[in-house]
Each structure stands twice: as C-alpha cells, then as structure tokens.
Design a protein around this ligand. Structure first.
Ligand SMILES: Nc1ncnc2c1ncn2[C@@H]1O[C@H](COP(=O)(O)OP(=O)(O)OP(=O)(O)O)[C@@H](O)[C@H]1O
Ligand SMILES: [Mg+2]
Length: 359
C-alpha cells in the first residue's frame, strides 16, 4: 500500500493563500494527522489529495504515481485515485439500508452482485456492523452511522484513507471510543491514513505523526510526544493545552546528544532547561513549562517561590494559579494536595520538562 507525497503544494482562493507550499511525505501504512485552527487549510489540503480541489502549485503523488502536477498540467480525477474518504458532512444515505450504503461505491463501478455481497459483508465485519446490514440507515446511532461511513470508505480497498473530522458530530465519550476503534482498525489493515482534526487530544491519541498547521503553512511535523514536549515555536506549544512561558536569558549552553542543555536566568529563577539548538550566553529565550510538569514543595534543578492566588478542584486533579515575580503560573497537581489562597509554595521543574524556544 503506497504513501502520499506533497511537494510545494499550494492553493489560492483569490488573494488568499489557503494552502501555501506544503511539503509532506506520509509513509505507507502511516497514520498522519493535519492539526490546526479553523481556516488554516486542512480541508483544502485533504481535498487536493482527493482530487476534489486542484492544487495550483506543486506535485501530489500517491505511491509512485503522480496524481497532480500543477506545472505539467497533469491531473488525475478523484475516481481514478483509489482513495477512501470519510467527511464530517458525508452522512450516509437515509433512504438506503446499511448494506446498500456500503455497496454503493461498488455498484457504481459495476462490480458483480456476488462479489459486492462478499465485499460489503467483509467491510461491515471490519467495523463490527454485519448484524445491521438489513437496517434502514436512520435506525442507527451516530457512532454506528460513522462506522457505516468508514465501511463504505473501505469497501473498495482503497490504497489511502482520507478522513476530515469524521468524529466531530459525536459526543465526547463516543468520539473517544470510535477514535480508539478506528486506530485499532487502521493498525490492523495498515492502511495509509491522512486525518484532519482541530482537536489536539484526538490528534495525539490517534497519530503516528502530527502536522501542525497555521495560516496555510506547516509549522512542525513530528510524533505526538515530540510536538507536545519539544515544540518548534511558541505557536506550536500554545496549540496544545495551556503551557506557561517564562522569559529568560541564557548564561551557558552545551550540546547533549540530541538536544542542548541551557543554563538560564530570569523571572526570579535560575537553572537548567533544554533546547533544540545551541545558544550564545546573553540570548533571550522563552521557556515553556507544562502545568502538569511542575512539582510543588521540593526544590529541583529549576525552582522558584510563589503564592497561591486561586485553586480549582477538578476531581482527579487540582488546578492552581500561582503568582511569582508578578506573573501567573498554571500548575496541575494531585487533588489531594491541599492549597489555600495565600499559601507560599516552592515550584520546581526538571530540566527535561523545561523547553526553550526563540521568543
Ligand atoms: N472554495 C473556496 N472559496 C474561497 N475560499 C475558500 C474556499 N475553500 C476554502 N476557502 C478558504 O480557505 C481557507 C482554508 O479553508 P479550509 O477549509 O481548508 O480550512 P480548515 O483548516 O479545514 O478549517 P476548519 O477547521 O474550520 O474546517 C479559509 O480561509 C477558507 O475560508
Ligand atoms: Mg475543515
């Protein structure tokens, strides 16, 4: 099963560069998610891979086959690209049974009756819906309808699956469950998947790699842990949760295998943090610290003092707002850690969990 390659792919709508020269290589069997705020160009990118939108610059290939090359005026239409698609708005047809819905892509391709039957039932089995084949489509829950849509996308054994926010119409619990099921199915079938969402948790839970997009451009591509703990910029960092940022100055910098250890000073703290690149003493950096990585009560490699100004109980954990040096920090701690407004606390962070980016 092939991968997908985009080289310098772009699309304008009038003066707007909806997608601005994207480079991306999805390995075969890989699950890659396009993640970014509304209007950043995710759907347009997916539609160009599908052939529903024409790229006005760059080259798109599925496996070794170039399906669109703007400069060479080459364009393979969608029905010749062997793609399966599931879209948020791509509801299943209410006037048909589950079986007929899934059979549709094969019927329009004039596949023989007996073969249609075998392939539809196999696709329904994959999503554990074979018992529902005879049901009218409206007599299904949202999650079941989405499974039928996935079965329909899989029925003609596409080389690549494209999914645009396929779970966004479901409630939170069902979304998490369908996400896990879909991930397991994708792993089992090893089908190359390009997925679109603006939900960071969904992106992290499902993907081998995440493509963080903003304003038509790719900001970073990496494994979920990498984009979360080692963001390339403040924008990428702020896209996941509510990180704390501290302005600091570098006092020393040394290489440390994959990354660099910086000694920093600023905002009432001094200590070590990590960075992707080497820095000069005196350089200004922005240090990202995730709320759940702050430890209370024990001094560590990077520590400072503050005063509790607010605490919110959230069941499994407690969110504290702590003021130090005139700035506010968000800290997630165990709910059993009692904290009253006005308490003085010591905050500390491991060098591994303090990540410096350029301001
Ligand atoms: N057919 C079109 N004509 C004009 N502008 C368009 C068209 N399609 C998309 N755009 C614009 O291109 C930009 C990117 O749109 P796109 O649908 O790709 O965003 P998105 O990342 O999928 O957003 P969302 O998360 O809201 O679905 C937006 O500013 C959008 O308004
Ligand atoms: Mg979209």
């Amino acid at each position: 099963m092939p991968g997908v390659t985009l080289k310098g792919v772009g699309r304008r709508f009038g003066a707007l560069k909806a997608v601005d020269s994207i480079d991306l290589a999805v390995e075969h069997g890989e699950f890659v998610t396009l993640l970014g705020p509304s209007g950043c160009g995710k759907t347009t990118t997916l539609r160009m891979v599908a052939g529903l939108e024409r790229n006005d610059s760059g080259v798109i290939a599925i496996g070794d086959r170039v399906v669109s090359d703007a400069a060479a005026d080459l364009f393979v239409p969608p029905d010749h690209r062997k793609l399966g698609m599931v879209f948020q708005s791509y509801a299943i047809w209410p006037h048909m049974t589950v079986f007929d819905n899934v059979a549709y892509p094969l019927s329009v391709r004039h596949v023989a009756r007996a073969e249609i039957r075998a392939r539809v039932m196999a696709a329904l089995k994959l999503v554990e819906m074979e018992a529902y084949a005879g049901r009218p489509a409206p007599a299904l829950s949202g999650g079941q309808q989405q499974r039928v849509a996935i079965a329909r996308a899989l029925v003609f054994e596409p080389e690549v699956l494209l999914l645009d926010e396929p779970l966004s119409n479901l409630d939170a619990r069902l979304r998490a469950q369908m996400g896990d099921e879909f991930r397991a199915l994708q792993r089992r079938l090893k089908i190359t998947t390009l997925y679109v969402t603006h939900d960071q948790e969904e992106a992290m839970a499902l993907s081998d790699r995440v493509v963080v997009m903003d304003k038509g451009r790719v900001l970073q591509v990496g494994a979920p842990e990498e984009v979360y703990h080692r963001p390339a910029s403040r924008t990428v960092a702020a896209f996941f949760g509510t990180p704390n940022f501290i302005e600091a100055r570098v006092t020393a910098s040394r290489a440390n295998g994959r990354d660099h250890v910086l000694a920093i000073e600023g905002a009432g703290m001094r200590g070590d943090c990590r960075a992707a690149e080497a820095h000069e003493p005196g350089d200004a950096v922005l240090v990202m610290i995730r709320p759940e990585d702050v430890t209370l009560d024990s001094a560590g490699p990077l520590s400072w003092q503050g005063t509790v100004v607010d605490g919110v109980f959230r069941g499994p954990r407690r969110t504290l707002t702590i003021e130090a040096q005139g700035r506010r920090f968000t800290v997630e701690c165990r709910a059993t850690r009692a904290a009253s407004v006005g308490d003085t606390v010591t905050l500390s962070v491991d060098a591994d969990n303090a990540w410096a980016v350029r301001p």
